[in-house]
Design a protein around this ligand. Sequence first.
Ligand SMILES: CC(=O)SCCNC(=O)CCNC(=O)[C@H](O)C(C)(C)COP(=O)(O)OP(=O)(O)OC[C@H]1O[C@@H](n2cnc3c(N)ncnc32)[C@H](O)[C@@H]1OP(=O)(O)O
Ligand SMILES: O=C([O-])CC(=O)C(=O)O
Length: 385
Amino acid sequence: MSTETTAAPVEEVKIYKGLAGVVVDYTAVSKVNPETNSLLYRGYPVQELAATCSFEEVAYLLWHSELPDAAQLAEFTAAERSQRTLDAPVKRVIDDLPLTAHPMDVVRTAVSVIGALDPTTADSSTSSNLAKSITLLAKLPAIVSYDQRRRRGQDVVEPREDLGYSANFLYMTFGEVPSDVVVDAFDVSMILYAEHSFNASTFTTRVVTSTLSDLYSAVVAGIGALKGPLHGGANEAVMHIFDEIGTADKAEAWLEQALAEKRKIMGFGHRVYKNGDSRVPTMKKALDTLIEEYDAQELLDLYVALDDAMQSRKAIQPNLDYPSGPAYHLIGYDTELFTPLFVASRITGWTAHIMEQLASNALIRPLSVYNGVDERHPAALAERA
Ligand SMILES: CC(=O)SCCNC(=O)CCNC(=O)[C@H](O)C(C)(C)COP(=O)(O)OP(=O)(O)OC[C@H]1O[C@@H](n2cnc3c(N)ncnc32)[C@H](O)[C@@H]1OP(=O)(O)O
Ligand SMILES: O=C([O-])CC(=O)C(=O)O
């Protein structure tokens, strides 16, 4: 049998590789504006939210379109605080996973188990999806801290209902409540990571939702998309780069070599922002408070040296993952836990988009141009060479 094949003629169609520049839908959740270098959540500038609100208030805003009043916030935080523990089957599944599993795989698996255990999984009403969103908001810190502690051979720390979201998250991870400076910097990072329109992981959750699948399935898929180093995995990759470079004086030579090897420099560049990421100045300020708190001038020197070298060599600006990676390192997280922290925050944006997609759904199914072999016909097995 001849294995000779001919390529089918390729139609002259404009291909939008990576969907770059393609507008696929409306969203009222957030506005990313590269021209003004701004980011609005439901109309509010994210910098102002970071300066004025807690992460819980921002979660409420993303889900309900308005900031809560005092009574609404009290009801919301009571619901979140009452669900901060993990059920035994979820803990058992995590316990069975090897420590060689990446923490993002652990988070993805744990969310999948929570979905499989929830008798309301198939109920996609807004009220049920809101309830599931609060459950995941409450339980993700428990998953992340459980995994961080088991990797260090430490016992589980049970949650404290008297603490706010970020203070409790850090308490469950490290067994003590850190200073206000640390809690505030962590809370700011949660607010900044919460939402960013049609990024790859959010779009993934919308694709899954568009088939009328359930919220947990969409979130599990979103976690998979976030894990990659071109997206959320970059905060972890930044720290690996810092470890590789070592000290500030080596940054320039390291960058020269990395660019010669055609490596992507993690924590720099963005699909939408080409003149800088709107969130970086706020996160850099939070990082500066941590540098002072932990007396970590050397880390700051390295941060500045790589950024300076990148600006003079490529003029590509840092993205949010660049200051967040070192911030989480200073707070005390192991590097592999950084992207799970992003998940704990982005659950708010993902679920807001899942609910928005459902409210005005159309199956997401783009087209492609076939460029494989021309039409042919199968030979019987015995006749194939
Ligand atoms: C929270 C977030 O998810 S933010 C993004 C986190 N991801 C990273 O930090 C990973 C590193 N950055 C990148 O890989 C890219 O900048 C992306 C994937 C984020 C955006 O990519 P795109 O919009 O597709 O930009 P694109 O790849 O077209 O870049 C344009 C040019 O800049 C270069 N470039 C972009 N980012 C980088 C980088 N970080 N390091 C080196 N070169 C870069 C590209 O190689 C390309 O050069 P070329 O024209 O000579 O081929
Ligand atoms: O918008 C993007 O493509 C990536 C990003 O910054 C985010 O998801 O926060």
